[in-house]
Design a protein. Sequence first.
Lengths: 498, 319, 313
Amino acid sequence: MEPILKVKNLTKEFPGVKALDNVQFDLFPGEVHILVGENGAGKSTLSKCILGAYQPESGEIYLEDKKVDFKTPKEALANGIAAVYQELTMIPYLNAAQNIFFNREPVYKGTNIINQKLMQTQAKELLRNLNCENIDTTKPVKYLGVAEQQMIEIAKAISIDPKIIIFDEPTATLSDREVESFFEQIHLLKKRNIGIIYVSHRMKEFHHIGDRITVLRDGKYIKTLREGELSDEELVNLMVGRDIAQVYVRTPNDHSGEALRVENISDRAGKVEDCSLVVNKGEIVGLAGLVGAGRTEMARLIFGIDKLKGGKIYLHGKEVSGKGPSFLVNEGLGFLPEDRKQLGLAVRAPISWNIAAVSLKKIFPHFFVSQSKNDEIADEYVKSLKIATPSVKKMARALSGGNQQKVVIAKWLSANTDVIIFDEPTRGIDVGAKMEIYALMDRLASEGKAILMISSEMQEIIGMSDRMYIMNNGSIAGHIEREEFAAEKIGQMMLLGS
Amino acid sequence: MKKIKQKILESKYVYVVLSLLFMMIISSLLSPSFLTLSNLITILRQASILLMLSLGLTAVVITGNIDLSVGSCAALTGCICAKMLVADVPVIAAMLISISIGLIIGVVNGFLVGVIKLPSFVATYGMNMVASGLAMIVMNGGVIYGLPAKFTTIGIGYVGSVPIPIIISGVMCLIVYILLQKTTFGRNVYMIGFNIQAAGYSAINCLGTLLAAYAFCGVTGALGGTMMTARLNAADAGMSETYGLQIVAAVVMGGTSLLGGEGGVVGTVIGAIILTIIVNIMNIVGVNSNWQNFAVGIVIILMVWIDIYTRSRRAKKLI
Amino acid sequence: MKNKEKYLKVPPALYMMLALMLIYGILVDNYFTAQNMVNIASQAAPLLVIACGQTLIVLLQGTDLSLGSIVSVVSVLWIVLLNLGVPMWLSMIVVLLSSAVFGLINGVIVAKGMLPAFIVTLGTQNIFKSVALLLCNSQTLYFSHSIFRTIAKEKLLGMPYSVWIAILCFIITWIVLRKTTFGMKITGLGGNSEALTLAGASISRNTIKAFVYAGVMAGIGGLLLCCRIESGNPNSGNGLEFNAIAAVLLGGTSMREGRGGVGGTIFGVLFMQVLKSGLTQVGLSSIYQNAIIGIVVLAAIIFDAFLKKQQEM
């Protein structure tokens, strides 16, 4: 049998990063080919290149032995390649049927007027095949749950009758029952000889649906193997590329004195309910959980961006409940948000300005600013954190992800914060830079700073944390000491609660 | 040497200065009387009022917002000032009251944008209606003229051979320059413009800074309005109509980006002068005044387009 | 089921309008007469048509500040053409075509230059206005023709033709937004423009179409207004763009997420017109009207935003 899709020597560069470096890939009809790798390994970039959303610098893509060069997803779509993205592509105030058939609506002959009845019937049928007959197809999708939206997204991809479907972490937000019916659907698609590219890092799923697995690391092609050829541990080693013990280095230190105490906090949106945790000086405390479990919401709540509905927060023993960020920063609290480019940095501003953003009033208490003094201070942090840049006057946008993250860390260090919340600190960063960030976090902890780390990467959170809290559906489902860390147990708590 | 050359070429102001030179050459070719000293001083004096009106707006635009109410804020405060002067209120008191009215308008704008979170152009466009409506009420359809000489000096007087409005605007420019470039407040104005969310996550007082920027914009609007009234030695509700669009045009012409975070006073000074030259030369050549608005409209769109176009090219260069 | 109520809700503009009517009813004798209601409706007709166009632009997260100027230029152009002896039917076609061109200019600059709509249309507002002033040399132009009276005054089923024309435009816009493929794209543009790209629909082409639509609606609004005042006035459209924006926002259309539609706009329009007409009836001189309308509208928008915040809590 001939492969339906062949990718040869694909290379794609972004500023400062080689996102894909000479990558190979192929896909047979009726096969589920799983793409694995850590965050930033190049899985999403590869699938976006295949889809025409990115144009690779070099390399070739063959669809059924014809060389293709899609400039837009539309061209890929017209050639039978559909995708279900990680981020939803739903239009909030259109209903399920309108979203599924967007830009392909059935119309009355000779007009642009949509045949609503036909569209509804077809949408209902598609959803019934996915065992989702109870989704209301007439309601704007905004008022549906995330899981329901995800199923509509899948229905949308199937509705074009594609040759290839790319799934990018499709089950992250689905419940067990939904995952089951989703897998059934995947088996049906396989029977129809559709090729499936499945981007995921949930190993449990591989056994259910996978045929072959391709491992990427740092944008490089590592290996393609049959499902079951390697044990889970061997697979992880392939993904990480080195012994885990080398990546996550922790220096033993003592944890004396309480830095942050959170008691029974809840937020107004109902995303966080009755959560408590403690972080001591010199400790790295992990906060694990699935996407949407309420971890980021909890961080925002502690940092005073969202308003508390109830509960108390203490910083160094002093009650700070209900205070805003500027007060908390003065008390020594810092926060590295998950979305580095949108929330962490002003990417168009110079590096020196970013580093001084929080500490400006501390550095210049007399209202007047001296740019040269600002640059000097920024230079110090560039040296001590090894930020790779020719000058602190450059825009933060010009830096690679890892160096940008270091700028954000420098921002908080310059303000003398000693309790720092890291929200997904290594997302979208290559492994080399990740190790530097880990080393930095370890250094900060041994200097006596308290760190609360939110992470979705099991290896990372197990490797770095002294203790760990696990969140499920808005509340703390469990608390585990380092000696008792076990991926199985943590994963169960993340999925099912305590 | 090479480095300096490159630095000059990369600077945004190059294009602004070049377009100023270009305008001056064109103008002197079109009209021999353009390059006379008296005409140049006239231009500077006309520009000084436009400049005053655009100064505060520069700060607001740097925060990534806009204020479309400056023109009518100037008209309203000018009218109130004139009304008080003919009622024998002392000059200083009348001016102070006018300026505080400008301040209030600015704060309300800031409130609508920062607290109610209306898009700034909607909120200030509404405020524009309100302020010009209030100006009409104040004037009751009439015109006031014959103001005390002590007051009109700030519009038509001289210190030596330099007109007073040029001095006032010059001093104000310096103040705004220092405020924006050399203080923590100015830094925060820029940081908000670069990325207001990141500024919030950096514990910068976004709302306070935004309110201050708008309030400041109201104050310069009021100062410009009183200067205009003094210059005309008269006030009527529609007196700032011709300025309405020019204020925004002066700011964007000076290279201050509507996306926020970039630009500054220097550009606005040159932008105001360029615009005044355009209007001046059209007057000298005798073009129908309706064409002036036409031209300013095109200038605005063109300048914003150039800004966005060069920005996307620079961004591409990075990739 | 709580959610369902949320999006089927009548916009607060309706309640505010009823409250206003009550106040006017107390202040003005014979306020609640059929004659007065018909009057308000016929005065609201041009605004309704313009606001229909504005709804599309607000839905795609923009605003068209040039619509008022298009109204002015259209009304002047129409009278100029008629004075030149152009036949009525031809003059109407030319006028509507030119308003489409004005919309096209806006749309092309916004979409192709990727510029903020408000600054582009602020520029074109002045350009179109200058064109209007140049066309008529800053004078009000007159022309008399029976069709003006027919459209503005003669009634069908108790309402002037102009009202029926406006309602027709409203229904067409409603169908366009809710029932056509183009309408889906407009909702998409405001809600998640990336979804358009991924589905292979052109962002710029649909943006341009929306601006052309808004231009034509402003053209029709201009013709209706012209019929009512029986002259071509270069200032006749002043401020209409703001009234239209206010009507759209008060009608519950949001500048974020592509929420809302023309169904709410009609309430916003009625609110604006009740407010405006009432001020004259109360006997307030026109000098006071702009400021009061501006203040009430801003207050209403603040109130509306406040209500929404309460609902989200």
